[in-house]
Design a protein around this ligand. Structure first.
Ligand SMILES: Cc1cc2nc3c(=O)[nH]c(=O)nc-3n(C[C@H](O)[C@H](O)[C@H](O)COP(=O)(O)O)c2cc1C
Ligand code: SF4
Length: 518
C-alpha cells in the first residue's frame, strides 16, 4: 500500500525545519519498508503549526504539527500514516477552525496542490479561467474584470479593469504585462505564498491579462530575497511552456504570451511601479513622474499593465466563476476577498483570506488568538511601513478600503502587524521616519531632505525640555504636512502617517504633556 505525505516547501516552513522533517520521514519509511510519496506543497498559512505535515487518509487529509525531526519516529509508531492518535495530531486539516472559517478564493489551492504539478493544478480547477477568457473578446475579458469590482491588491487599490481598459485602448505594436512581486511591506508574505504554493495561478492570471490587452510578453519582477519563489516560478513557467499554456500559440488560440522572471534591485522603492519599470529596464530604481501612466507609456516606453501578484492571482477565479460570483463577496466599494497577513506579536500569525468587511478585532482576537506575550494590544500597523498606527480603541474598524480611510488608515497589501503595550510609540515614529530617509530614492526634495530633517527633529523633540518639545512638535507636524503635500510618490507622501498617528494617539510616549499640539 502506498501513502501520500505532504511536507511544505514554503520558506516559512523551511525556516522552521521542514526540510529535515521531510528527510526524516523518508528515512523512517525506508527503514520500515513502507511505500510513501512525499509531496512538497505550499503552506496552509498557519505558521504557529509549521512544519505542518499532512497525511492522505480515506477520510481526507489529516494534519500533525508543528513537527520536528525528533517527532518522526513517534509519529510512525503512532501509525500517523493512517491518521493515528498523537500529541501533535490536529485532526482533518479542513476542520481546523482557522482554515474552516476562511473564504479562500485566491488562495483556494495554496497548501493543497503540488506547486510543480500541472496535472494537480488542472485537477483543482486550474486554467478554467484562461479557457473561458479564450472564448471571449478582449473587451469582454476587460469588462468581466471591471464588473467583478477587483481593485489592485498591491497598495493603491486602483480598479484593475479600468487600468486594463486604458492599456487595451492604446494602439501599439508591442505591449507588456508586468507583475509586481517586490513585496516590500513589513509583515507581508501573501505574494510569496502564492508564488511558492500555487505559481500556476499567477501565470494563468498574467496570461489572461496579456490576452485581454494584446500584450505578448510578461515579466515578473521578483524581490531578490525570495529564492524559493524564484525556483518555483521558473519550474512552473517551464512546465507551462512545455504544455502549450505559454509560448507562441497559447492553447492553440494563435495568441502568443511569453513570461520571464527578473530579480529585483533590493530596494523598497523598486516596488513603486515606475521605479520597478526603471529597474526592469536595467537602470537604478528611481520614481518616474506620472503622467504618462504606465498603461500608456510603460516598460521600454510601451503600454504596460502592472499589477500585484495577488491581483493577477485573483483573475482566474473571476473569469472561471464570473464577475457576479466574485463581486458578491465584500462590502461597499471593496469587492471580493482580501488575503490578510497577520504578523507581529500574535499567538497565531498566518494568512487569513476573507471577504472585506470583518473587523480588526475579529482578526486579531479571533484568528490571531491575541498577543503571543499575553499582554494587551496597544497598536496595530496595517498596510506596511507607511501605514498609520491604529490604537486598540479602533479595533472595531471594518477591513475595507473606505472604512479604513475613515480612521486615517490604509489597507495597502493587507499586512497587519500587532504590538503589545510594551512598545514605545515614539521610537516607532522615529523608525518610520528613518525608514523613509534610508529608502528615499532622492528624486524629490520633500522626501529626500524632509525625512532626514524629520529624524533630527524627532531626536531633538525627545531630548528637549517641555517648551522645546512643544516647539519641535509644531515643526514636526509642519514638516509632515509638507511631505504629504509635496512628495512625488507615496513613500514621502505617506511616511508621515505613522509619525502623525503616533503623535495623535500615543502622545504620552513623546514624554511630558499628554496633550497633542495641533
Ligand atoms: C514606496 C512604494 C512601494 C511599493 N511597493 C509595492 C510592492 O512591493 N508590491 C506591489 O505590488 N506594489 C507596491 N507598490 C504599489 C505600486 O506602485 C503599484 O500601485 C502596484 O504595483 C499596482 O498593482 P495593483 O494595482 O495590482 O495593486 C508600492 C508603492 C510605493 C509608493
Ligand atoms: S517621495 Fe521619496 S521615494 Fe518618492 S519620488 Fe520623492 S524622493 Fe523618491
Amino acid at each position: 500500500m502506498s501513502f501520500t505525505v505532504y511536507v511544505p516547501r514554503d520558506a516559512s516552513a523551511l525556516s522552521l525545519g521542514a526540510e529535515a522533517v521531510a528527510v526524516a520521514i523518508a528515512e523512517q519509511a525506508e527503514r520500515r519498508g513502507l511505500d510513501i510519496a512525499i509531496v512538497r506543497n505550499g503552506s496552509r498559512g498557519m505558521f504557529w503549526l509549521e512544519p505542518l505535515v499532512e497525511v492522505v487518509t480515506p477520510a481526507g487529509r489529516v494534519a500533525y504539527g508543528p513537527v520536528q525531526p525528533d517527532d518522526v519516529t513517534a509519529l510512525f509508531d503512532a501509525d500517523f500514516l493512517h491518521g493515528g492518535a498523537h500529541a501533535l495530531a490536529l485532526g482533518p486539516t479542513e476542520d481546523i477552525a482557522y482554515l474552516k472559517n476562511q473564504q479562500r478564493l485566491t488562495f483556494a489551492r495554496v497548501g493543497i496542490v503540488d506547486p510543480r504539478s500541472l496535472d494537480d493544478y488542472l485537477a483543482h480547477g486550474g486554467y478554467r479561467g484562461l479557457d473561458a477568457a479564450l472564448r471571449m473578446s478582449e473587451a469582454e475579458i476587460v469588462q468581466t474584470v471591471t464588473d467583478s469590482g477587483l481593485r489592485g491588491r498591491g497598495g493603491a487599490a486602483f480598479p484593475t479593469g479600468i487600468k486594463w481598459k486604458t492599456c487595451l485602448d492604446v494602439k501599439a505594436v508591442q505591449k507588456y504585462v508586468a507583475c509586481n512581486a517586490d513585496e516590500g511591506d513589513s509583515g507581508t508574505y501573501a505574494d510569496r505564498m502564492i508564488m511558492e504554493g500555487d505559481p500556476f495561478v499567477l501565470i494563468e492570471g498574467m496570461t489572461i491579462a496579456g490576452i485581454a490587452v494584446g500584450a505578448t510578453r510578461g515579466y515578473i519582477y521578483l524581490r531578490v530575497e525570495y529564492p524559493h519563489a524564484h525556483r518555483a516560478l521558473n519550474a512552473a513557467i517551464a512546465i507551462a511552456e512545455a504544455n502549450g499554456y505559454l509560448g507562441d500559440d497559447v492553447r492553440g488560440s494563435g495568441k502568443a504570451f511569453h513570461l520571464e522572471v527578473r530579480l529585483g534591485g533590493g530596494a523598497y522603492i523598486c516596488g513603486e511601479e515606475t521605479s520597478m519599470l526603471e529597474s526592469l529596464e536595467g537602470k537604478r530604481g528611481q520614481v518616474r513622474v506620472k503622467p504618462p501612466l504606465p498603461a500608456i507609456h510603460g516598460l521600454f516606453g510601451k503600454p504596460t499593465v502592472i499589477n500585484n501578484v495577488v491581483t493577477f492571482a485573483s483573475v482566474p477565479v473571476i473569469l472561471d466563476q464570473g464577475a457576479a460570483f466574485y463581486r458578491d463577496y465584500g462590502s461597499g466599494r471593496s469587492r471580493g476577498t482580501l488575503p490578510i497577513q497577520l504578523a507581529g506579536n500574535l499567538k497565531r500569525p498566518g494568512l487569513v483570506e476573507r471577504a472585506f468587511g470583518l473587523s480588526l478585532r475579529e482578526l486579531i482576537e479571533g484568528y490571531g488568538g491575541g498577543t503571543a506575550s499575553g499582554r494587551p494590544v496597544r497598536a496595530v500597523q496595517v498596510g506596511g511601513p507607511l501605514g498609520a498606527y491604529i490604537p486598540a480603541s479602533q479595533l472595531d474598524a471594518p477591513i475595507d478600503y473606505e472604512g479604513f480611510a475613515a480612521i486615517g488608515g490604509m489597507l495597502g497589501h493587507g499586512g497587519v502587524v500587532v504590538f503589545d503595550d510594551t512598545v514605545n510609540m515614539a521610537a516607532q515614529a522615529r523608525y518610520a521616519m528613518e525608514f523613509c530617509a534610508i529608502e528615499s530614492c532622492g528624486k524629490c526634495t520633500p522626501c529626500r531632505i524632509g525625512s532626514t530633517r524629520g529624524v533630527e527633529v524627532i531626536d531633538r523633540l525627545l531630548a528637549s525640555d517641555n517648551a522645546g518639545r512643544q516647539r519641535d512638535e509644531v515643526l514636526l507636524r509642519d514638516l509632515c504636512q509638507t511631505m504629504v503635500a509635496g512628495s512625488l510618490c507615496a513613500l514621502g507622501g505617506m511616511a508621515p502617517f505613522p509619525v502623525l498617528s503616533a503623535l495623535d494617539h500615543f502622545h504620552e510616549d513623546f514624554a511630558g504633556s499628554a496633550e497633542p499640539v495641533n
